[in-house]
Structure formats: C-alpha cells, structure tokens
Design a protein around this ligand. Structure first.
Ligand code: FAD
Ligand code: SF4
Length: 511
C-alpha cells in the first residue's frame, strides 16, 4: 500500500488536501473513534454524538465513492483506546509506505501522530489545511515580531486579500466595521418574534450513536433529548440556507442580547458545521455577501457576520498555532481557584449563570456573549484557574475544538495571555448583564448592590477586581476610567467590597 490517509473527526471535508490524489487501488482511508478523545476532557454527550455521527456519515460517503475505508468504532469488540493505538494497528495491518494526514487542529494530536509514526518507522506527511483562508505560515508572516496583535487590522487585510465586501478597493458602505450598529439590547418587553433555527431529526446512524453514548458515557455532562445538529454536508448546507434566508438580516443588531428561553437568538449556529469541515467558510461568506447584493440583508448585518468568519475565526486559529504551547499554561493574573462544581450542573442561584449553563447542558450551545460575559466574565472575576476553565469550555460546547476554543478562553475571556490580542480584560459588573438581558429580573441577587448579602456576585467581584488591579488598570488608557471609579470610593466602601468578595469566594460552591 502507498498511502494510509488518516481522517480525523474534525476533518470531514471531501476536498481535504489529505484526500487529494487519492487512488483507491493503492491508498486507504482510516478513521478512528476512540474513548480517549471523548474523555480527554469530560465531553458533553452531544459533543461526542456529533463527532461520532458525523464521522460515520463521512465514512459512508467515502465508501459510496468505492474507496477502501478502515473504520474503527467505539463499539467494536476491541476498540482503539487512543488514536495512536488505532493508527499503529492499521499500520501493522496494511504496511503502508507512509501515513498522510491533513494538519490536525490540536497540537496534542499532532504530536501524538508524529510520535506514533516515528515509533512505527514510517514517514508522516502533514498536508496543509486548505479549509482556512489564511494558512499558519501566512498568519505568522502577518504577525511578524509584533507583541500585540489586533484582529481588526488582520480582518482588513483578509478583506483586501480575498476581495470580500470591497467596492473599487475600498470597504463597501465606506466603513470596514459596522459594529457600532450592532450590540443593541432588547426592549423591556423582550425580543420580537424570532425565526427558530432548523434542527435536524436524528437518522438511523445518529440514533445508534445516541444509544451508544447513553450506554457508554452516561456520567458525562449534558442531555441528548434535543440533539438536532447537522451531521452531513447536505444538512450543513440546508442549515446555512435557512440562516441566510431567515436570520441573517437580524444578525448583528441583537448579537450581544440575551433573554430567558432564547438560546439561539439570530445566531447562525454554523460553528459546528464549520469546525467539523462540513461547510467551507468560503461558501458561507459568499452566501452572506450574495444576500446583501440581492437586497435580502442589510450591510451592517452581513459585515458583522463576515467579520466573525473571515476575521475572528481565522485570527484565533492563527494565534493558536503562533502561541502554542505557552497559551495552554498562560495565567497573567496567577488565578488558582478551582472551578465550582455548578459549572457542570447549572445549579446556582445566579440566574444568568443558571440560564447560560442550563442551555449549554441542554444543547451544547451558548452564544458568544453568554460565553464571554456570563461564564467567562465570572471565571475571570472569581479568579478561576485558566486551565480548568479551558477544559470546561472544550468539554461542554458542540463546536469546541482546541484551536478555536483556547484563544477565546485564555485570550479573550480570561486575559490569561496578558492582552496579546485584547486591549483590556473583558470584565463587567452585574449592571452589564442587567442591561443586555432579563436574567436579573429572575435572580435572588441585586445587580446594583456591590456589598452585602443580596449583592450580585458579579458586581461585588467586579469592584473587588478593580480594587486589586487598580495600578495595572490606571496604566492602561482603555481601563483608566474604571480605575478612576474605584479610586473615588471611600476606604469604608472598599473595605465592605473586600469583605463581601471574601465571603463570596469562600462560599462559591453555594452561590
Ligand atoms: C470563552 C469562549 C469560548 C469559545 N469557544 C469556541 C469554540 O470552542 N469553538 C468555536 O467555534 N467558537 C468558540 N467561541 C467563539 C464563539 O462564541 C462561537 O464561535 C459562536 O458562539 C458559535 O455560535 P454561532 O455559530 O451561532 O456563531 P455566530 O454568532 O453566528 O457567528 C458566526 C460564525 O463566526 C465564527 N466566530 C464567531 N466568533 C468567533 C470567535 N470569537 N472565534 C472563532 N470563531 C468565531 C464561528 O464560526 C461562528 O459560527 C468561543 C468564545 C468564547 C468567548
Ligand atoms: S443579579 Fe447578578 S447574578 Fe443575578 S442574574 Fe443579574 S448579573 Fe447574574
């Protein structure tokens, strides 16, 4: 045999570079499900189902082409314990000249495969992941020797390079960024009638995987009753078309808003299909731009959406490969508090966290502001250990893959990498959550109080955070006003905040 082509669970792209030049006479595909990948972090049941079901569908697609596929399933009589074990067994069985793989999305996996091939005395050919619009090498060249990286400049460069939303070389509508038009909260009465995103009823393959996961991973977090994620290219394209037609026009304006029993808002829910490579970002961007050109969606909505994909998504991947492995250990503030157990159950009296974690356990999904300003903001304010927080985010979201999750968690939510790509820590008091949602109305705490037994833990910990970091905040033009606010408080007020913060941190499991 010539090439043994390993397809990983998040590489389900029929146009993958790993499959280019595939010759069914001389090559073979191998796909490996293994318990170690489901338990490496304590994965949400829906995340396990999603990966396994999408992998099984993809194997079918390749078999339908008449290609030889070795598929090692979790419910085989002797499943591979690890990816390396499965690969080594396949090498022993087929004696290929080399192993071919598309760039893995996680350093740990890349190193594991390199080691397995080295131990087997075989060359490993790692082909570039052409799914992305910016290669790691291009990102490294763009970053150069800059200590501080800014997504906005990268994004403009990407718009120019890929000629997206440009008119005669200048940005469509005369501006690169329409973010100021986005970010609105809902009126007091709540969100207007909202088109619900498509959910996909599990087919036979998915139902078999659900049964398997229920049996085998019963103690893992999350539920499966609402599993409705796309697991094939066809479903993913249907989901894209549905978003473009029904929700893109409202995307942006209420992008940051949160509301009880509104898990999805106008968000696209496409990260899952994109990260498993069931969708190509080029087709997603093209569909959004086309909707604007046809007059179906306004420019601020389309630009806001394109920025997430052509900008943020490509940017965080670039940062991941540039800053690994240090990013995994980054801990700017030296935070060491363990993760409270209720992060895994949602059983907390803080209604915002109860809502955000509750829907996470139900769907494996929360939107960006829920991740950043509810669960992430609390983790930063309470001084939770970044590594534990990272493992939680990697476990509980169906779209979680390390290249996307870690820069968002360590960099954006926790400021653990010392502001490598954010100009200030994203900290906010309960007032922000009160403004952007209705969560505080159903809460036992009061977002306006910064000390005392009914004071909102966010508000107390926010002021305590300013108190602790006053010097650092005073030195940063983006946070100097926050530092000034804490400096105006009397010593007695600051003492009361510290006392309340100590009490909250001491009883964090019971909040
Ligand atoms: C702490 C934290 C952890 C996160 N972990 C992940 C993760 O594991 N996987 C993941 O894909 N995203 C992650 N994000 C980014 C973002 O929250 C999700 O991409 C988004 O919520 C997915 O929902 P959606 O598809 O409805 O996105 P939409 O709001 O509809 O956005 C459109 C698309 O843009 C991309 N996108 C938007 N924001 C980002 C971003 N900051 N980074 C990368 N891509 C982005 C996604 O592909 C998304 O599908 C994380 C954010 C935070 C703050
Ligand atoms: S009062 Fe505080 S804890 Fe309660 S929902 Fe509002 S922000 Fe969250």
């Amino acid at each position: 045999m010539r090439n043994l082509v390993l397809i990983l669970g998040d590489q389900l792209d029929a146009d993958s570079a790993a499959l280019s030049g595939f010759d069914p006479q001389h090559d073979r595909v191998v796909m490996i499900e293994c318990p170690a990948e489901a338990t490496h972090v304590w994965s949400h049941k829906a995340r396990i189902v999603l990966f396994l079901s999408a992998m099984r569908h993809f194997a079918e697609l390749l078999r339908d082409r008449g290609w030889p596929v070795s598929y090692r399933a979790t419910d085989d009589p002797a499943p591979a314990a690890t990816l390396a074990d499965g690969l080594i067994a396949e090498i022993g069985q087929h004696l290929p000249e080399r192993v071919v793989v598309c760039e893995p999305g996680e350093l740990r996996v890349r190193e594991m495969l390199e080691q397995a091939c080295h131990d087997s005395g075989l060359p490993l050919e790692i082909r570039p992941d052409t799914h992305f619009l910016c290669s790691s090498a291009e990102f490294t060249a763009w970053a150069g020797s800059r200590k501080v990286l800014r997504m906005e400049f990268f994004y403009r460069e990407m718009r120019r390079r890929h000629r997206v939303l440009l008119e005669d070389g200048t940005p469509a509508g005369g501006r690169w960024n329409f973010d100021a038009a986005n970010r609105s909260a809902f009126p007091k009465a709540g969100p207007p009638a909202l088109p619900q995103p498509l959910r996909f009823a599990p087919d036979g393959i998915t139902r078999a995987v659900i049964d398997l996961v229920v049996r085998r991973y019963a103690d893992h977090p999350g539920t499966l009753e609402d599993f409705g994620w796309p697991v094939t290219h066809e479903d993913a394209r249907t989901a894209l078309a549905d978003f473009i037609e029904h929700r893109l026009s409202g995307f942006g304006r209420h992008q940051d808003a949160m509301w009880t029993d509104m898990p999805f808002g106008w968000h696209s829910l496409l990260s899952v299909a994109l990260n498993l490579k069931l969708l190509n970002p080029r087709e997603v961007i093209a569909a959004a731009v086309d909707a604007w050109q046809r007059g179906q969606a306004p420019l601020p909505a389309v630009e806001g959406f394109v920025r997430q994909i052509l900008g943020w998504r490509e940017f965080v991947r670039g940062v991941y490969w540039l800053d690994m492995p240090q990013l995994l250990e980054a801990n700017h503030f030296g935070h060491e508090h363990p993760l409270p157990a209720w992060y895994w159950t949602g059983e907390t009296q803080m209604n915002c966290l109860h809502q955000a974690i509750g829907q996470t356990l139900r769907y494996g999904y929360a939107h960006h502001i829920q991740r950043l300003m509810v669960t992430g903001n609390f983790a930063l304010l309470a001084g939770l250990q970044p590594r534990a927080v990272h493992e939680w985010y990697l476990a509980v979201y169906v779209d979680a893959v390390e290249w996307a999750e870690l820069p968002n968690t360590a960099g954006m939510a926790l400021y653990a990498n010392s502001g490598r790509f954010t100009s200030k820590p994203y900290v906010a008091s309960g007032a922000y959550i009160g403004r952007m949602s209705n969560y505080c109305r159903g809460c036992r705490y009061d977002p306006k109080l910064r000390s005392g037994p009914r004071a909102c833990p966010y508000t107390v910990l926010y002021w305590n955070f300013l108190d602790r970091h006053e010097v650092e905040f005073s030195a940063n033009p983006r946070t100097v006003l926050m530092a000034r606010n804490i400096s105006r408080l009397s010593p007695a007020e600051r003492g009361a905040i510290r006392q309340s913060a100590d009490r909250i941190l001491a009883t964090i499991q019971q909040l």
